[in-house]
Design a protein around this ligand. Structure first.
Ligand code: C2E
Ligand code: CA
Ligand code: CA
Ligand code: CA
Length: 277
């Protein structure tokens, strides 16, 4: 028993020290990364299940450090949210989007681009102005934007309602991201005017297994229909999942089955081939 206790203790202190290292050094690393332009965006196609056509894409942030190391968003975004640097990251995302968006919209004028915003962004009164600047400088329309609001950290429903109303009155659409996994409950959904509900891959992966979680996935789809929200299913990896989602009335999907995240150029290639043959 003693060696097991010792090993567990060692393991715990190792995890704790890594956690402390990340939290103390990450904000400075992010600042440097922003200064050195180490960030770029990839775009994951969003597909109309019935026709197979690419109707939009979600912008996903990538961080390649100077030494070549890739740091995954799941590793640095939550820390950036906790330490406050998410606002600078979002401003960088908006700059990158301003560069990429015109080329995409040029080929597909009705295309929608998914923009991930964190709670701190949604709480910030400047966010509408920041996004308006993208629209102005890139020549795209608000109609081309799908704002994906995630509730990894708590979102103040009152402040979110203001921001969402503001975005929607200009023509942008709003999606509640990762529904059912974070703070976003039914009460939250009922208080807000949104257009889309994104079902997390956690639920999609259980479809057809008959498990309790797969029942939850089906209930979420029903709730979305009751509230007249469109559903976007995430993390679709198999044809079976796509078929099942289609039969449950889900119209839109993204996932490796269709395509992983692409560079802007690769997405353009895909759009060109869809639009011209
Ligand atoms: P998310 O918004 O839920 O994005 C979907 C994640 O699922 C992405 O991970 C995507 O690459 C991954 N994915 C897509 N298809 C599949 C699939 O078929 N199977 C599996 N297993 N995974 C799939 P990624 O790019 O690592 O991003 C992770 C999270 O980081 C995102 O989750 C989002 O919450 C956050 N994030 C990414 N970019 C941004 C950003 O620009 N701003 C903010 N605030 N958050 C971002
Ligand atoms: Ca998202
Ligand atoms: Ca999501
Ligand atoms: Ca997620």
């Amino acid at each position: 028993l003693v060696p097991i206790g010792l090993a567990a203790g060692l393991m715990l202190s190792l995890l704790l020290s890594r956690f402390i290292r990340d939290f103390t050094s990450m904000p400075a690393m992010i600042r440097n990364g922003l200064k050195r332009q180490e960030f770029h965006l990839l775009y994951q196609p969003v597909i109309d299940i019935a026709t197979g056509r690419t109707i939009g894409a979600e912008a996903l942030l990538r961080w390649r450090r100077r030494n070549g190391e890739m740091i995954a968003p799941d590793h640095f975004i939550p820390i950036a949210e906790e330490t406050g640097s998410i606002r600078q990251i979002t401003r960088r995302v908006l700059e990158l989007l301003t560069d990429d968006a015109p080329r995409l919209i040029d080929i597909a004028p009705d295309f929608h681009i998914g923009l991930n915003l964190s709670a701190a962004d949604i709480h910030c009164p400047a966010i509408v102005r920041d996004v308006t600047a993208v629209v102005k400088h890139s020549g795209i329309k608000f109609e081309n934007l799908l704002i994906e609001a995630t509730e990894r950290s708590f979102v103040d429903a009152g402040k979110a309602a203001d921001a969402f109303r503001n975005f929607r009155s200009r023509g942008a659409r709003i999606a509640v991201d990762d529904f059912g996994t974070g703070y976003s409950g039914l009460g939250y959904l009922a208080q807000l005017e949104v257009d889309y509900l994104k079902i997390d891959k956690l639920f999609v992966s259980t479809l057809g297994t008959g498990s309790a979680t797969s029942q939850v996935a089906q209930r979420i789809i029903e709730i979305a229909k009751d509230l007249q929200l469109q559903v976007i299913a995430e993390g679709v990896e198999t044809e079976d999942q796509a078929k099942m989602l289609g039969s449950l009335g889900v119209e839109l999907a993204q996932g490796y089955y269709y395509s992983g995240p692409l560079t802007a150029s690769a997405l353009l290639e895909r759009l060109r081939s869809e639009h011209h043959g």
